[in-house]
Design a protein around this ligand. Structure first.
Ligand code: EPU
Length: 421
């Protein structure tokens, strides 16, 4: 199993290009199942979850290949297989994205029910409720969700749950509704930029989706969709992670290919902490002058502060001058990084879905264990500033969602290398 060995203490300086968004690419690849023609997806990040999704698409009768410019070419050549088996789904929960497209295009889908996950309970009841409202018959058979409908029918659907809307649930219901008969209205739709990017892709294919990026979607069903070329939006979570890497190392980093308009809550929070974020067209320059103010932060659905940057921000606040409170409102148990940060000398106390972080003078290198994607990123950030050497074990978690992170960090001057000893 690979690990990162990181020598902390250096400033990160220089320029780094942010990759295309993982969480936009996964549902967009799945949505390619809706069309008969080929699609070309530009700036799709080269990371393990995208490879998993490409494998699943192949199992479902699509030809998928990446060209030397990093574009993914995808085309359905065989519509006879509609089964996403447990072995695939358990490796990547986002496999659930194929449920809506398969059902709408092939009239039947069999997708293994996703199980538990390191960041807490992740039900899919809202996805199923939405698809049922469109007329699907759904049953559970041997751990698989089996969904059937001759032709879906437009409906009015409310997608709010106890923690707000659902990102992939909105993706599933929205994609299914594009080929339904009549009009679908989704209330309390997820407003995340990745959902809007999916809607842009579908509209370019011939779908008629109105309101993307707002909680109110109106979808007029169409008869068919065609393949198109689409460029992924920049990954706002990767961008936020690099911003925090610049801040925690007291560095100065220029990020190319960022959409700060997708990151207002993050930029606002960083500025309040004392991090300097300057914009320059499609680029941002992030620097810090060592002194970090504490902050109170609550994760929320977009446009609030994203849960996918909570662990990284917790690491940053470990070095602030005072007490911070970080409350997780999307996944109340998403604190696996805390115990590992304690091993590095952080001062953190957990109370329910909140952690109280008392800023420490320094962090100290130690062997630590990655538990999930964003927790791993938080540990890498801590390692960059820690005194001495940190070994981050099980980096396959970070490979799932970051495109060559050690190369990008090394390019900014970090002393990081991958080892499989
Ligand atoms: N929820 C329900 N019922 C449902 C679906 C969700 O109660 O049917 C709850 C969840 O338990 C959670 C909240 O609603 O409390 C939001 O979950 P959501 O469905 O929005 O999450 P998701 O769509 O499964 C995506 C991202 C996650 C990100 C969340 C929240 C992808 C592939 N995944 O997951 O990204 O944390 O939205 O923004 O887009 C990551 O990239 O590290 C990651 C985990």
């Amino acid at each position: 199993m690979d690990k990162f060995v990181i020598q902390g203490g250096g400033r990160l300086t220089g320029s780094v290009r942010v990759s295309g968004s993982k969480n936009a690419t996964l549902p967009i690849l799945a949505a390619a199942l809706l069309s008969d023609g080929p699609s070309v997806l530009a700036d799709a990040p080269d990371l393990a979850d995208v490879s998993h999704m490409a494998d699943l698409m192949s199992q479902l009768g699509a030809e998928v290949r990446r060209d030397d410019q990093g574009r993914i070419h995808v085309q359905v050549v065989d519509e006879s297989r509609s089964h996403a088996p447990y072995d695939t789904v358990r490796k990547m929960r986002a496999s659930i994205c194929v449920l809506g497209p398969l059902l709408a295009k092939r009239t039947e889908a069999r997708v293994a029910m996703p199980g538990g996950c390191a960041i807490g309970s992740r039900p899919i009841n809202l996805h199923l409720r939405g698809l049922k409202a469109l007329g699907a018959k759904i049953e559970l058979d041997g751990g698989d969700i089996v969904a059937r409908a001759k032709r879906l029918r437009g409906a009015e659907i409310f997608l709010g749950g106890p923690f707000g809307s659902t990102v992939l649930g909105t993706a599933n219901v929205m994609t299914a509704a594009t080929l339904a008969e009549g009009t679908t209205v989704i209330e309390c739709a997820a407003c995340e930029p990745e959902v809007a990017d999916l809607a842009d892709y579908l509209n370019a294919m011939g779908a008629r989706i109105d309101g993307a990026g707002t909680p109110h979607l109106v979808i007029e069903g169409v008869e068919r969709l065609t393949g198109v070329e689409h460029r992924m939006i920049p990954d706002r979570i990767e961008a936020g992670t690099f911003m925090m890497a610049a801040a925690i190392t007291n560095g100065e980093v220029r990020l190319e290919n960022v959409r700060l308009d997708h990151m207002m809550a993050v930029v606002d929070k960083l500025r309040r902490i004392g991090v300097i974020v300057k914009t320059d067209g499609q680029a941002a320059v992030v620097s810090s002058s060592r002194h970090l103010e504490p902050a109170d932060v609550t994760t929320q659905p977009y446009p609030g502060f994203p849960t996918d940057l909570q662990a990284q921000l917790t690491t940053l606040l470990c070095l602030a001058d005072g007490n911070s409170a970080i409350t997780e409102k999307i996944y109340p148990d998403r604190f696996m990084h805390v115990a590992e940060l304690l091993r590095m000398g952080a001062n953190i106390r957990k109370e329910g879905p909140t952690v109280i972080v008392t800023g420490a003078k320094r962090l100290i290198g130690a062997p630590v264990m990655a538990s999930d994607l964003r927790a791993s990123a938080a540990l890498v950030l801590a390692s960059l500033v820690a005194r001495g050497t940190t070994t981050v074990n099980r980096v396959y978690h970070i490979d799932r969602g970051y495109d060559r992170i050690e190369h990008k960090l090394a390019g900014l001057g970090a002393k990081i290398h991958r080892s499989n000893e």
